[in-house]
Design a protein around this ligand. Sequence first.
Ligand SMILES: NC(=O)c1ccc[n+]([C@@H]2O[C@H](COP(=O)([O-])OP(=O)(O)OC[C@H]3O[C@@H](n4cnc5c(N)ncnc54)[C@H](OP(=O)(O)O)[C@@H]3O)[C@@H](O)[C@H]2O)c1
Length: 325
Amino acid sequence: MPKALLCTSFGPPETLVVTDQAAAPLGPGQIRMRVRAAGVNFPDTLMIANKYQFKPPLPFAPGGECAGTVLEVAPGVDRFAPGDRVIALPGWGAFAEDLVVDAAQVSRTPAGMDDITAAAFVFTYGTTYHALVQRAQLRPGETLLVLGAAGGVGLAAVELGKALGARVIAAASSPAKLAVARDHGADAVIDYGADDLRQALKALCPAGPDVIYDPVGGAYSEAALRSIAWNGRFLVVGFAAGSIPSVPLNLALLKGCAIVGVFWGAFTAREPGLAQANLDALAALHQAGRIRPHVSATYPLAAGGAALRALIDRQATGKLVITMA
Ligand SMILES: NC(=O)c1ccc[n+]([C@@H]2O[C@H](COP(=O)([O-])OP(=O)(O)OC[C@H]3O[C@@H](n4cnc5c(N)ncnc54)[C@H](OP(=O)(O)O)[C@@H]3O)[C@@H](O)[C@H]2O)c1
């Protein structure tokens, strides 16, 4: 029987249990896939603690993103056939060997991409491409500041910022994390674990960054916003630090800047054509070797809880991936 890593009651990652789970029946418009690898994302940590906007009924397997092979398709599903290599974004359920998912949430794995990379690709790069291209309209020659620059979406922002022609300043909490950001293309770095973010920015970028990519929140957001350039765009991506900052709105007036929300999940539902075009552009960048998803560790399914723990404890760089035997 296929195995799944289940959340049976809301709590920390240590409460997840590996369980044999009977294969779910296939509904209309769905496919069944054999999951080979599942990417770990920050929302997984929130979902098992019942702190996320989507609340699946218990018991459920977390895991919003995976790659594998199609086993079976429902009658009428003609986009996929058994044997196809695919990426799925089911919301949850991917920390499992067998996954039934709506075909609408499935896309083909880009040519030449292995399953581990494919499981670590769409969520972070899709979010970040949408943020930088559609929301910030980042232009070549502009300066991009990335907070949490060695994390999942942060490292994607470093790479995509460079691919789009920006000067990238990476900010993170330790020299080791900044070394990863440099290795992925950052032009300059700030260790906000040791140095004052505003002072360091003033030295590196006197006019301030044109675009700020903020997946962290907490105290860094306002400090960064106070440094933004005239006509700057501040991207609200996430709140990994745990607290949602309240910034004085007069800052937007004084700086002549825009505070811009990014909600990739809603974007893909509302603008599926543009979301697919973004994925095609990302696949082309990957094929050309201009982006290089960084998977810093893989875990077997039974140790999936440890992957979530590493993310919560701020230990991870790039992406963590759970692999199925
Ligand atoms: N808006 C959207 O559509 C969208 C899409 C995807 C993700 N997100 C959000 O983006 C955020 C980051 O996601 P991710 O998957 O990239 O997570 P991640 O890999 O864990 O990266 C988050 C980074 O935040 C920093 N951080 C600061 N305080 C932290 C704390 N208390 N706990 C954990 N990390 C902390 C860490 O960098 P330092 O140690 O260097 O500070 C870490 O590398 C999450 O809030 C997620 O929900 C939003």
